[in-house]
Design a protein around this ligand. Structure first.
Ligand SMILES: [Mn+2]
Length: 332
């Protein structure tokens, strides 16, 4: 443990009431860390309020304690007022204040405000920030914090933290997966996690609608530059025809990305009716830096995963603009 993580553990141990928050459109790491940490803190005898901007449904609805999450700021601040000085805020897995959502500035008024995160470039926007970019997930950090505080990890908490780690490492496939990640996962299994059960929840959850959507999206597959770029697209018409939403296309970009020769995978999404834009997701393998490509078009992201939006153009027009830029990146 580092000095700052020890300091975080001491601050938490000395505080009776805690508000936990995470980023908007929370992923498995965000939700798993939030709900797992809440369970751990409650096990330590603390009162905890979890805040999310929007209720969670779908993929992660199997996680315990989800129904206890507040999506309204009023009860959160009633709790804060009631606690006087014995309160702190903790923000999990959130790279910057903006990603905390429209309530971010209000939440940040809770002092002390602690940041626990593993995103590169997190500026540490709180009173105290424990940021370790080499970590696989925030869930892994929460596990270590629990150990540091000598806290009990219940089966429910272990399920949450294991989900956080599995999802943020792509099932232990990404670079950030370390020997320590496996040690933590092993300990969580010792706490009662059944990996097969969690995997079933996370990965064996398709609907026929999703598969029919996948058929249509796969039918658009194109390759460019000696198969080093794979492109797919999704239109509103496909969603209508299959009775699905954009959420059902989650992970589709991994299909072109999984081709051996592909260095960059591109997924074009047609705008919704009100906002006339095309969303573009980019995934790269190896040395290709798609964050730089996205930045050229006003977007952003990580080196290997980035995206941008372009207005007033068809998907074909966006692709025609994008391809020459990708060609430059490939030849660098
Ligand atoms: Mn994360």
């Amino acid at each position: 443990m580092t000095t700052v993580s020890k300091q975080a553990a001491q601050t938490i141990s000395a505080t009776g009431n805690i508000v936990l928050a995470t980023h908007v459109r929370p992923d498995g790491d965000a939700l798993g860390s939030l709900l797992g940490f809440a369970d751990i803190l409650e096990g330590m005898g603390k009162r905890v309020v979890c805040y999310l901007e929007e209720p969670v449904s779908g993929l992660y609805s199997f996680l315990p304690h989800l129904s206890q999450v507040e999506t309204d700021l009023a009860p959160v601040f009633a709790f804060v007022r009631e606690c006087g000085d014995d309160i702190m805020g903790i923000c999990l897995d959130c790279g910057d204040l903006e990603r905390l959502g429209k309530s971010g500035p209000e939440l940040k008024k809770i002092h002390p405000f602690l940041i626990i995160d593993h995103h590169q470039g997190n500026s540490g926007f709180g009173d105290l920030a424990w940021i370790e970019p080499h970590r696989s997930s925030t869930g892994e950090m929460i596990h270590d914090l629990a150990v540091e505080m000598d806290a009990h990890i219940s089966k429910e908490a272990a399920d949450c933290l294991y989900t956080a780690i599995v999802t943020d490492t792509g099932s232990f496939q990404y670079d950030s997966t370390s020997d320590h990640t496996f040690a933590v996962a092993g300990n969580l299994v010792a706490c009662g996690v059944q990996p097969a059960v969690i995997s079933q929840h996370l990965y064996d959850n398709a609907t026929f609608g999703r598969l029919r959507l996948m058929q249509r999206v796969l039918a658009t597959l194109e390759s460019f530059f000696d198969n080093r770029v794979g492109v797919m697209r999704i239109s509103r018409e496909m969603l209508h025809a299959t009775g699905t939403t954009f959420e059902d296309s989650e992970g589709f970009i991994n299909l072109p990305r999984s081709v051996a020769d592909v260095r960059v995978a591109v997924f074009l999404k047609e705008s919704d009716e009100q906002k006339l834009y095309v969303s573009v997701s980019l995934r790269a393998k190896g040395d290709c830096d798609v964050a730089a490509v996205a930045a050229k078009f006003g977007g952003g992201g990580h080196r290997n995963a980035a995206g941008f939006r372009m207005g007033d153009r068809s998907m074909q027009q966006v692709l025609d603009i994008l391809l020459p830029v990708l060609e430059q990146v490939l030849n660098r």
